[in-house]
Design a protein around this ligand. Structure first.
Ligand code: URA
Length: 236
């Protein structure tokens, strides 16, 4: 790929703006030698204002989403993209969130610019476990685990029953639930369907991947070992 396109696709500016950056001598190699638009150099060799380039496409990012942030590029209020470098919003292909967490849900959110990977993580066909920690407004009745595991629970205005989900009761108002789908407000609606109300919701795990020591509002780029972990745990 031509250098101008490569750099523009990473969100540094339009092709016109990036061409101007070349003219101004702001784009160099690792030795500080000025690069020209037709030069052949690898991604890791490029510097802009002496800084290495952002990572190439194929990014997979883990964000510890705080409560109060919306999974959108252009909504009112605080957005998950406000927590990432501003250039990430301008990349092509775009860095998109893999499924959504509600504004009032916290926890592990993945973002990627790889469409195939996005589908592999979010498609219910792949049965990748999504683990949520739930606190409830009312005591559980005792039949929730059996109903959620049955594969027959119908949510209001849906045509297909939910796939089986695994509920672990921690105490009468606290539970862990593992689902493989990502339907709209799914966990909140599951508990509404059994006459309860979710007070707090936190996603702690996707596949075999947990937040580890990532603090609220922090993010990091996932490496090959993380990717292996991600796909190592499915709900059968
Ligand atoms: N289920 C929900 O209800 N909300 C989320 O944010 C995620 C799963």
């Amino acid at each position: 790929m031509k250098l101008v396109k490569l750099i523009a696709n990473l969100g540094y500016g339009s092709r016109k703006e990036v061409t101007a950056m070349f003219r101004e001598g702001r784009i160099t190699n690792a030795q500080g030698e000025v690069l020209y638009t037709d030069d052949q150099v690898t991604h890791d060799q490029i510097r802009i204002d002496d800084e290495p380039l952002d990572p190439p496409s194929g990014l997979l990012i883990m964000l510890h989403k705080p409560i109060g942030y919306t999974c959108s590029t252009k909504d009112q209020g605080e957005l998950i993209y406000d927590l990432l470098p501003p250039r990430f919003r301008l990349r092509s292909p775009i860095v998109a969130n893999v499924g959504r967490l509600d504004r009032e849900t916290s926890g592990l959110l993945l973002l990627t610019d790889d469409g195939v990977l996005l589908h592999r993580i979010s498609s219910p066909k792949h049965k990748l476990a999504k683990v949520y920690e739930v606190t409830l407004a009312r005591d559980m009745k005792g039949n929730e685990a059996v109903l959620f595991a049955s594969g027959t629970l119908m949510l209001e205005s849906e045509k297909e029953p939910l796939a089986p989900a695994q509920l672990t009761v921690i105490n009468s108002r606290q539970a862990r639930i593992i689902v493989t789908e990502g339907r709209y407000h799914q966990v909140r609606r599951m508990f509404a369907a059994v006459g309860n109300h979710v007070e707090t919701l936190h996603r702690s795990q996707i596949g075999g991947l947990t937040l580890g020591d990532l603090l609220v509002a922090e993010w990091r780029i996932l490496n090959d070992a993380d990717r292996l972990k991600l796909f190592e745990q499915r709900l059968m």
